[in-house]
Design a protein around this ligand. Sequence first.
Ligand code: AMP
Length: 395
Amino acid sequence: MKTLDNFNFKNKKALIRVDFNVPLNDAFEVTDITRIQAAKPTITKILEDGGSCVLMSHLGRPNGVEDQFSLRHIVHKVSEVLGVKTRFVNDCIGSQVNEAVSNIVAGEVLLLENLRFYEEEKAGDTGFAEQLSGWGDIYVNDAFGTAHRAHASTAVIAQYFEGNKCFGNLLAQEIESIDKVLNNSEKPVTAILGGAKVSSKIGIVENIIEKVDHIIIGGGMTFTFVKALGGKIGNSLVEDDKLDLALDILEKAKKNNTQIHLPVDAVIADAFSNDANTQTVNTNEIPEGWMGLDVGPKTSENFAKVLTNSKTILWNGPLGVFEMDNFSKGTTELGNAIAESTQNGAFSLVGGGDSVAAVKQFGFADKVSYVSTGGGAMLESLEGKVLPGINAILK
Ligand code: AMP
C-alpha cells in the first residue's frame, strides 16, 4: 500500500483530494471541523518535508456554480485548523488556477474552488481529471468519504500519476482499520449491527457472516427477526418482505458457527415520541399499539458479556432511537461496554452514519480505537466492495 511515507515531498507540489464537505450554518460558518482536522496530519507531513499542498474538495450538492457552496466560506477555518495561512483560488481548473499553482512555494497551501461546480467531476470526465492533474507532482487521496465514488478527482485522476500517487494518512488509517476487523482480526470478533432496517445492512451481514464470531443485532431490524421467529412485535418497525431473509441469515450463521445475539427484552412505547408511555417487556411479547424503541436491561447485560470477551469489535448502527433521551440507554450502555473492552485491549471500529453520530453525542469518540469518517464508503467497504478511490491508487 503506497502511503505518504513512500515519498519525500521536498520541493514537490502535492495535489490532495480532501473531504472538506463540512456543515455550514446560515452565516456560512463551519459548524463541525472534524473533517478539516482529519486532513491535517497529511498536510502537515507534506509541509514538514518541504513541499506545498494544493487542496481540492467538493462541498454539498451544487447545481453548477452556486455561491452558497463556495469553498471560500471555509478558507479562514482551514487556515485556523491547519495553523497555516491558506490561499484560495476562485476556480478549480483554468488559467487562474494555473497561475496560482505556478506561484506556490514550499510551505504554502492553496485551496481550489468546489470541484462539483463542474458536472464533469461527478461524471468522472477524463478531460476534466486531466486538467486537474496539472496542479501537482504527486497525487494524494485522503478523502475516504468519497472513496466509493468513481469521480474525476477521486479515481479517474490517478491514471495521470503513474508511480506518483498514494494514500493520505486518513485514508490509510481507514483502510487499515477495516482490514484489522475483516481480514487480520484477533478473535473473537464481534460485529454489532443496529439502525433501522435489515434491508440496508444485508450486504454487510452477507460479507461478514463467515468472518466474525458474534453478530449482535439491535435497533429497528430486531423486529423483523423476532417476527420471523414467531414473536409478537406489536407496532414495531418491520420489513414484512424480509422475514424469509432473516431466517436465512440465522440459518447461515448456524452453519458458519457464528453466534447471532438478538435482544431478549425491549423498551416499548405507545407512540414514536420521547413523551410516550413506556414499559419494558420481552422482545417477543410486545402488545398491539406498542412499539420497541430501545433494548432493555437484560439485553444490555447479555451484549456486554459478549463484548467483554471480544478482541475485535465493529459497531455499525444504534441499538435504539438514540435521538430521543428515553430510548438512548441501550446505545449508551453498548458504547460503555465497547469502551471498557477497548481499554482492556480490544480493537474497536465505529463506522457508518448514525453510530458515528451516537459516539460523538455520548462522548465515546476517544474511548474507541477508531471512528470512521466515511458513511457510504464505510458501508460499501464492510460489504466487501472494492472502492474506486482506493483501487485507483492500488492499480
Ligand atoms: P441506520 O441509518 O440504518 O443506521 O439507522 C439509524 C436510525 O435507526 C436512527 O435514526 C434510529 O433512531 C433508528 N432506530 C433505531 N432503533 C429503532 C427502532 N427500534 N425503531 C425505529 N427506529 C429505530
